[in-house]
Design a protein around this ligand. Structure first.
Ligand SMILES: NC(=O)c1ccc[n+]([C@@H]2O[C@H](COP(=O)([O-])OP(=O)(O)OC[C@H]3O[C@@H](n4cnc5c(N)ncnc54)[C@H](OP(=O)(O)O)[C@@H]3O)[C@@H](O)[C@H]2O)c1
Length: 320
């Protein structure tokens, strides 16, 4: 089969397709014919630096998510031909991921779905919608009456979060650090320019829940701007600051404000089904920014590294 394999720092232009063996099935693992996958910021981090970390299998096929068809269910109880989505659990890091024609995936992370969505639409769902869903509902307990801030909204997760929160009935305030991108956020009720120092402005907006996608770089500022009783969920790391050094919980978290974080490593069938039902009931088409064919994956990665696409990049088997 064709697959992208990397074993060292790999800028997009150096990502090439290799011919490798289709993985052999074993108990507890399902062979999936990959029909599509979304690209992720974390895969870019893997290619450009994390590949050197000792916990990364080398060489590795990147790709933390996919959609496809069960080719061999092994002992899982699934059927050959069943439509599935899969994400995380070490995929594309500790075992080979989705940048391939077939992927051997742990049955704990393969979820059957029943849907009429195209492969391109479905490919936009697993990682982005699971992360948005977990952040909004498991962590933020988002309700229709909330005024909801999304900080760093011009990313796949931001667009999906706006879509879900608007369908729920929230008032949504989105930020971008580029004035030129205001139009991309027009589904939000209000768009703010993120100067990095927004707390005073945010205090006037009555924000009850906040999704931090810029992350540790701005999370203290967001906590200062939210109402008492409000919750901030730090999910993204777009600001390229990964940890809060010198974090002082007594002084850095304002009294009566709650801080949480979401990690997408533990998807469940129950949540995947809830997401698919929500999209269906609200007649939502999963947001995606651009589609590429599998043979054109190098271009997709180059466009990702070059910030050429707004929103989720999906790679699908059919020619586009
Ligand atoms: N916690 C988890 O389990 C989890 C799961 C999935 C994703 N994430 C994280 O969530 C974030 C969003 O992921 P994604 O896949 O949706 O990203 P993505 O679609 O690849 O978004 C990348 C885009 O974010 C934009 N961006 C917005 N604000 C930015 C800022 N302050 N600094 C730099 N870039 C900014 C950039 O475009 P412009 O600069 O042109 O606006 C860039 O093109 C990432 O940090 C990702 O690692 C976390």
């Amino acid at each position: 089969m064709k697959a992208v394999l990397i074993d060292k720092v790999t800028p997009a232009q150096d990502a090439v397709m290799s011919e490798v063996q289709i993985p052999a099935v074993r108990p507890g693992w399902i062979l999936v014919k990959v029909m599509g996958f979304g690209l992720n910021h974390s895969e870019q981090i893997l290619r450009l630096s994390e590949i050197n970390a000792p916990y990364i299998k080398k060489p590795v096929v990147p790709g933390i998510e996919c959609v496809g068809i069960v080719e061999d269910p092994s002992d899982s109880g699934l059927r050959k031909g069943q439509k599935v989505i899969s994400l995380m659990g070490g995929m594309g890091r500790s075992f080979n991921g989705s940048y391939a024609e077939y992927a051997l995936l742990p049955e704990t992370h393969v979820f059957p779905v029943e849907t009429e969505m195209s492969w391109a639409e479905l490919a936009a769902v697993p990682e982005t919608y699971f992360t948005a869903w977990g952040s909004l509902f498991e962590c933020l307990d988002l309700k229709p009456e909330d005024t909801f801030l999304i900080r760093g909204a011009t990313c796949a997760l931001g667009y999906a979060s706006i879509q879900i929160a608007k369908a729920l009935g929230c008032r949504v305030i989105a930020t971008t650090h580029k004035e030129s991108k205001f139009d991309l956020l027009k589904e939000a009720d209000e768009v703010l320019l993120d100067t990095g120092d927004l707390a005073e402005t945010l205090k006037t907006k009555g924000i009850t829940k906040a999704l931090e996608l810029v992350g540790p770089k701005t999370v203290k500022d967001t906590m200062l701007g939210i109402q008492r009783g409000g919750i901030v969920c730090s999910t993204g790391i777009l600001g390229n600051v990964y940890v809060l050094n010198g974090f002082d919980p007594i002084k850095d978290i304002p009294n009566g404000v709650y801080l949480t974080g979401f990690f997408s490593n533990y998807p469940t069938q129950e949540v995947i089904t809830e997401i698919m039902d929500f999209l269906n009931v609200h007649h939502l088409s999963p947001c995606h920014g651009a589609e590429y064919s599998f043979d054109n994956i190098r271009q997709a990665l180059m466009d990702m590294d070059g910030h050429k696409v707004n929103g989720k990049i999906v790679v699908i088997k059919e020619e586009v």
